[in-house]
Design a binder for this molecule. Sequence first.
Ligand code: 5GP
Length: 207
Amino acid sequence: MNKGILVVISGFSGAGKGTVVKKLLEKSDDYCLSVSMTTRSPRPGEVDGKDYFFVTKEKFEQTIAENGLIEHAQFVGNYYGTPRAYVEQRLEEGKNVILEIEIQGAMNIKKLYPEAVLLFITPPTAEELEKRLKGRGTETDEVIAGRLSRASEESVGIGEYDYIVVNDDLDKCVQDVMDTINTAKRQPARVGGFIDELRKGLEKYHK
Ligand code: 5GP
């Protein structure tokens, strides 16, 4: 019953999804985070192999050709993708593997892994999103306006996700994410192997 599942976490820039994922990893050993490959340059403080695997366009394209990614997408002029080996190995070990990816990638994962759980994390209101982006104090008004405009575009696809989790209070949001995943893992479609075993065991009683 305890096989790991893929958990896709998406959300607007400024929704706090990075912090939610970090807390989730601290709280439970049942989860691990997939580190993506990207062609974008590292931001100050980002570490190769921890935040991303930073690679050239050639290396990225070679990895696609070798079937080394389970999904990839372009986002603002750069490639992003999920390395296959780590994800498959960890699922095999029974871990819930988190993919923190954007919507195109999320939709591809849903096609490839129908049992994956897709979560969208959002602030309670649009105004709150604006307030959080401004509160960071790290971006210009122009960049903030760009992110809000992108959020408006992304909001069109929210209906495709399995669950929406509102990030109002951080600890509550983390608990809600964990509860949602645990509930999703109990749906018959996600415990096919367990049901097969149970049915096999019951066969001997059949009259
Ligand atoms: P950033 O450049 O801000 O780190 O990421 C830009 C966007 O790409 C974010 O929405 C992030 O979730 C998404 N992203 C990161 N890794 C992947 C990946 O492996 N695949 C896809 N499809 N999107 C990703």
